[in-house]
Design a binder for this molecule. Structure first.
Ligand code: C2E
Ligand code: CA
Ligand code: CA
Ligand code: CA
Length: 279
């Protein structure tokens, strides 16, 4: 049956454009993924560079389809966003992450915050604040252990509604970080108006550091901007010792990347947290 499936794929992909086919195929598979329990979360540690202490982790969604195998979020998240499925999936992620966080808290393992990625359509829904409240309430996780990652595109329009939403959630104790910072098209002026807490330097700017002078200049500018605006800054996609030792010169800079750890499944991140607390 597996062979047949492959042939069918080849046949159709020559008829339709492969992109249109992929959209239809993945969308219908994704619809079933939640019920079939094919989605799960992995967790990537975040550290404070100056002493390499653990400060939290980012939750990343994984999808293991029975026949397609692992499907990357880079492929399925855009489809989930276009089809509207992201609202249901995003809520599942939020609830799952909060429940897992509360479990770790009870076990004395949780350090700092669990960061959860939020999509535009999810954040902009009227019910978003209530949905976050529900995830916290049903899990019992204190809001002080939750961080939400949003992107600059959320703030292209600086409406009062968006600001009010951020303020409500921050008053509860949730922190907000701006993901992929520097890659969006929004103006910098939004930074001084919006109630946010952290900038995540996009990993593309880390490439070739410290040799790449342009990337060094951009990275240093973002760090300076964060300091000037009293925001935390985290560098993501740190892969080499050279990058880390260059970044270490900046006080309070945080980091995340394969150098410290890949995103880990539950048992492995638990071991990571245990080792971190032993140090
Ligand atoms: P992102 O939020 O910017 O996440 C960072 C991505 O970089 C993750 O890819 C992570 O595995 C990867 N990464 C971490 N360290 C390194 C490193 O040192 N080097 C390199 N090259 N990559 C590193 P992943 O897990 O494939 O996720 C891709 C994107 O999918 C995420 O980008 C995010 O935009 C989206 N995504 C993932 N999970 C969720 C989710 O639960 N909800 C939403 N809305 N989006 C998600
Ligand atoms: Ca992220
Ligand atoms: Ca990012
Ligand atoms: Ca991204």
């Amino acid at each position: 049956a597996k062979e047949e499936g492959r042939n069918t794929f080849l046949f159709y992909s020559s008829e339709l454009t492969s992109q249109a086919f992929e959209y239809v195929l993945l969308k219908s598979a994704l619809k079933k993924a939640l019920d079939k329990e094919e989605l799960f979360l992995v967790y990537q540690p975040q550290i404070l560079l100056e002493d390499e202490s653990l400060i939290g982790m980012e939750t990343l969604l994984r999808w293991k389809h029975s026949e397609l195998g692992m499907v990357s979020p880079a492929r399925f998240i855009p489809i989930a966003e276009q089809s509207g499925l992201i609202r249901q999936i995003g809520q599942w992620v939020l609830e799952k992450a909060c429940a897992q966080g509360q479990l770790w808290l009870e076990q004395g393992l949780l350090v700092g915050r669990i960061a959860v990625n939020v999509s535009g359509p999810q954040f902009h829904a009227d019910s978003f604040v209530e949905e976050v409240r529900l995830a916290l309430h049903s899990s019992g996780l204190p809001a002080a252990h939750l961080e939400l990652e949003v992107t600059e595109s959320f703030f292209v329009q600086q409406t009062d509604t968006i600001i009010a939403k951020l303020e409500t959630l921050r008053k509860m104790g949730i922190k907000f970080s701006v993901d992929d910072f520097g890659t969006g098209y929004s103006s910098l002026s939004y930074l001084k108006k919006l109630p946010i807490d952290k900038l995540k330097i996009d990993q593309s700017f880390l490439h070739g550091i410290p040799e790449d002078r342009d990337n060094v200049a951009i990275t240093e500018s973002i760090i300076a901007l964060g300091q000037a605006l009293n925001l935390s800054v985290i560098a993501e996609g740190v892969e080499t010792h050279e990058q880390a030792s260059f970044l270490k010169q900046y006080a309070k800079l945080e980091a995340q990347g394969y150098l410290f750890s890949k995103p880990l499944e539950v048992a492995d991140i638990e071991q990571f947290m245990r080792q971190a607390s032993d140090r």
